[in-house]
Design a protein around this ligand. Structure first.
Ligand SMILES: Nc1ncnc2c1ncn2[C@@H]1O[C@H](COP(=O)(O)OP(=O)(O)OP(=O)(O)O)[C@@H](O)[C@H]1O
Ligand SMILES: [Mg+2]
Length: 368
């Protein structure tokens, strides 16, 4: 049987002389060979730790032979490691040879729409002068190329980082194209995607190991975590298992090689000043929380404030409805849209705000 992807070229009315082709009518159709788009994928951190379950799940989805390619949406608190986890999975999958076409990566908060499609088309080998002008045409060409690549055994992995609005996915996740897509989102994207996962805090042992890896990344001779495991566990606990807070703690320690872990643990102990302590030019927990908070509309911000300021560990939806004088269904809807910053409590219809979000909201100027 003839391979449907093979290419047969012919010469008529001409000569083939050791590498020189002479002819009147020559037509040559080369197989489509895009340059691997891998160069666009940022490198993963060498300090990567934990997330075993999430990586397994992503690998299973990447490997799945189910018809239609998956679109996985990864959510979680600011700094929970969404981007890092997806990058790690993407690199692992490519190292296994699963995406022979490579991976396309875009931070959708910086580039989107037609400009982003243009960048992706360029990355898969479309020359600038062949880029169609309109977004719709670019999207159609993109879908055709993805289909062609998958048919040729060179599927692509597409990583879309920081998607805040389902509209940003328009044209980038073609319904008919068999390209695996991973989306990270700093908000709650509802039922977008064929699969969804939310990153929770790292387990205590992973959080401590992350501190060790980040410290030895800065100085391989740094043995503070190994020498003082209990102090390290205390720092990890005060960082709430949040990767961004752990990396900030590690960056502060790396800057002061003589500083004992116990000293940092003592400085982080007071919840009122913990966010001030966790500030570093390269990693700043407060500014990421602030970026997330500014995206909220006033009604969402008010619900978050009420839950964060409550002295109860969990707040009922009905209590929030009474406090805001809003119908229960509307409050429920707003809480669902807040699922990247609040978590369902243990009691039915109850909510709580995880540690750092609570500290951040409590530290904001409160209305009279
Ligand atoms: N599992 C991990 N092991 C080691 N470092 C990690 C891990 N996860 C995240 N980090 C580091 O923690 C910091 C925050 O991670 P990342 O930027 O991926 O979080 P994010 O959830 O994407 O944040 P944002 O909501 O702001 O987009 C980065 O410096 C990242 O390298
Ligand atoms: Mg991110």
């Amino acid at each position: 049987m003839t391979d449907p992807n093979s290419v047969e070229n012919g010469i008529s009315g001409g000569l083939f002389l050791s590498g020189v082709v002479q002819g009147r009518d020559l037509s040559v159709r080369l197989p489509y060979e895009p340059p691997p788009a891998l160069a666009a994928l940022p490198a993963p951190t060498p300090a990567f730790t934990g997330r075993g379950d999430e990586l397994c799940r992503l690998m299973d989805l990447f490997a799945s032979q189910a018809p239609g390619a998956p679109t996985v949406v990864v959510g979680g608190l600011p700094g929970s490691g969404k981007t890092e986890c997806v990058l790690e999975a993407a690199h692992q999958a490519i190292a296994r040879g699963w995406f022979a076409g490579g991976a396309l990566f875009a931070d959708v908060s910086r580039l989107h729409g037609s400009a982003l499609l243009g960048g992706f088309l360029r990355a898969v080998g479309v020359p600038a002068y062949r880029l169609p002008p309109s977004g719709a045409e670019r999207s159609a060409l993109y879908a055709r190329i993805l289909t062609e690549l998958a048919r040729n055994g060179s599927p692509l992995l597409i990583v879309l980082d920081n998607v805040t609005n389902p509209e940003q996915l328009a044209g980038l996740v073609p319904e008919t194209s068999p390209a695996t897509t991973v989306v990270t989102t700093p908000v709650h994207l509802g039922d977008q995607g064929t699969h969804r996962m939310v990153l929770r805090p790292l387990a205590a042992a992973d959080a401590t190991l992350l501190l060790h890896r980040a410290l030895t990344m800065a100085d391989p001779a740094d043995t503070r975590v190994l020498d003082h495991p209990e102090d390290a566990a205390r720092v990890a606990e005060l960082c709430d298992g949040l990767p961004l807070a752990l990396r900030t703690a590690a960056a502060l320690l790396a800057e002061s090689p003589r500083r004992p872990l116990a000293s940092l643990a003592a400085d982080l102990a007071d919840p009122r000043t913990r966010l001030d302590e966790l500030a570093h030019p390269d990693h700043d927990v407060r500014s990421r929380l602030a970026a997330s908070h500014t995206r909220l509309d006033p009604a969402q911000a008010e619900l978050l404030r009420l839950i964060a300021l409550s002295d109860e560990p969990e707040t009922l939806t009905s209590t929030l409805a009474a406090l805001t004088a809003e119908p229960l269904e509307i409050v429920q809807e707003r809480l669902t849209a807040l699922l990247h910053l609040v978590e369902p409590g243990t009691a039915p219809d109850s909510w709580h705000v995880p540690g750092f979000v609570r500290l951040y909201v409590r530290g904001l100027p409160q209305p009279e």
